[in-house]
Design a binder for this molecule. Structure first.
Ligand code: GDP
Length: 294
């Protein structure tokens, strides 16, 4: 994960440690390298600029430069600021006081929405919940079937009404959950190749009909800055409670993970790290920063 970024930052810090006492220009040089490494990892330009400025400001203080291990202090500051960048609450689903908890999953086609609907259901089932998966993606061929296959695999029931109106399906699924003792309803909505008004209108209708407790956007980390733009659009149109960043097991550079919170204000709640049903993790900014910095 984020191998290129990790290697570059580690090289910079190794050089810094080799210097012993640090001068202001050593810090400036290191920050130039950090800046390049972050930009190459496809982190948003403004995010990089603010991040480097903040780190530099903290590093150039007397206390750091005159400390016994200035390089360690610089690394510590980078670590702290990286946590801050990705910060916020991590992977928890807000459970409604009166069941069922309704989770609405949104995202573009191919982001991993259907897979993550099932992964979430599987995770919640292991936590003792009784989830119901709901097939509201009525456009993509085989999306309903895909959800049913995954549901069977993890032994979670799937509610579908074929190609009926998605808002009606969503509403009916809550009645069904109430009647059958299912305490979490996870709605897999339709995606599109691109964001368009038709999609947003449909999602707004579902949202106002079922009043979800959690609206989670599924975005593909491999798409870098696009993932950030998609998150921003969905957030401004629908108000997101969090993001699930998928495909972090692939050869992704890190731009999504490091920019989404800073650009959109939305926290990443979960990350997808594979195609299997247990390949989902709560997102912990501190652990992610440690992974990146080695
Ligand atoms: P949807 O169109 O958003 O519902 O996307 P799908 O759930 O059908 O996922 C699209 C493809 O991405 C499928 O082949 C999934 O197996 C794959 N996929 C989903 N999440 C992950 C992940 O975290 N890692 C990897 N490597 N593949 C994933």
């Amino acid at each position: 994960m984020f191998q290129g970024l990790s290697e570059k930052l580690q090289e910079t810090f190794k050089r810094l440690k080799g210097k012993g006492k640090l001068k202001e220009e050593d810090v400036n040089e290191a920050m130039r390298e950090v800046r390049v490494a972050l930009l190459e990892a496809d982190v948003n330009f403004k995010v990089v600029k603010d991040f480097v400025a903040k780190v530099k400001e903290r590093c150039i203080g007397q206390e750091v430069l005159e400390s016994l291990s200035p390089a360690q202090q610089v690394i510590k500051i980078v670590h702290e600021e990286m946590i801050e960048l990705m910060g916020g609450a991590s992977g928890k689903i807000l459970i409604a006081s009166k069941p069922p908890t309704v989770i609405l999953l949104l995202g573009l086609q191919g982001a991993g929405k259907t897979t993550h609907a099932a992964k979430l259901a599987n995770m919640l089932k292991k936590q003792g919940k009784h989830p119901l998966l709901v097939a509201c993606d009525i456009y993509r061929p085989a999306a309903i079937k895909q959800l049913q296959v995954l549901g069977e695999q993890i032994k979670v029931p799937v509610f579908s009404m074929g190609h009926e109106d998605p808002t009606k399906i969503a509403q009916a699924s809550i009645v069904h959950a109430n009647q059958n003792g299912q305490d979490v309803v996870i709605i897999d909505t339709a995606g599109r190749l691109h964001i368009n008004e038709e999609l947003m209108t449909e999602l707004r209708e579902i949202k106002s009909a079922v009043k979800p407790h959690e609206i989670l956007l599924v975005v593909d980390a491999m798409t870098g800055q696009d993932a950030v733009n998609v998150a921003q659009s969905f957030h401004s149109e629908l108000g997101l409670d969090g993001v699930i960043l998928t495909k972090l097991d692939g050869d992704t550079r890190g731009g999504g993970a490091l920019s989404i919170k800073a650009v959109t204000g939305c926290t990443i709640k979960f990350v997808g790290i594979g195609e299997k049903m247990d390949a989902i993790e709560a997102f912990h900014p501190d652990r992610m920063a440690s992974r990146i910095l080695g």
